[in-house]
Design a protein around this ligand. Structure first.
Ligand code: ZN
Length: 162
């Protein structure tokens, strides 16, 4: 075969078909490093990965080093802009209020998360940040994507800590 123009060119390798699988992989890496297993993937409008992160609270001795914050920081630094309005964030757990506010500040287009977090979430629970009048950007929100796998990672992690 020497055709230079295949009828169906393969998708770019950096555009994953299942970003939540990538986020779950990052969460598992975090757990192996002793972090609460939360993983995040930030994608541009074409579905290319800008950042893959997991929590680094213990590693960095930084209470703000949640996966979502680190993904936004990485992509913003790469693009040299504090606003990422074309981007979608996949994260394995419902973001806390701090991360929800960072998502609003970054003006992300869409948030996709895995497990709901009644104890610490700030999107569908607690602060319900995007519904507050003081929040000036509301991303599209899709929750419960591969919720079971994310929950199992967290449960196994916390069981191992007891
Ligand atoms: Zn957070």
């Amino acid at each position: 075969m020497s055709s230079k123009h295949p009828p169906h060119p393969p998708a770019a390798p950096e555009a994953p078909s299942d970003p939540m699988a990538v986020a779950l992989g990052a969460a598992a890496q975090g757990a192996a490093a002793g972090e609460v297993p939360v993983g995040a993937v930030l994608l541009d409008a074409a579905g290319r990965i800008l950042a893959v992160t997991h929590n680094r609270v213990e590693i960095d001795c930084d209470p703000t080093a949640h996966a979502e914050i680190l993904a936004i920081r990485t992509a913003s630094a790469m693009r040299q802009t504090p606003r990422l309005p074309d981007c979608t964030l996949f994260v394995t757990l419902e973001p806390c209020a701090m991360c929800a506010q960072a998502i609003a500040f970054a003006r992300l287009r869409r948030l996709v998360f895995g497990a709901y977090d009644p104890k610490g979430g700030g999107v569908e629970h607690g602060a319900r940040l995007f519904g507050q009048p003081t929040c000036h950007h509301q991303p599209e929100v899709i929750g419960g994507v591969r919720e079971q796998e994310s929950s199992v990672l967290l449960r196994v992690f916390f069981q191992s800590k007891r």
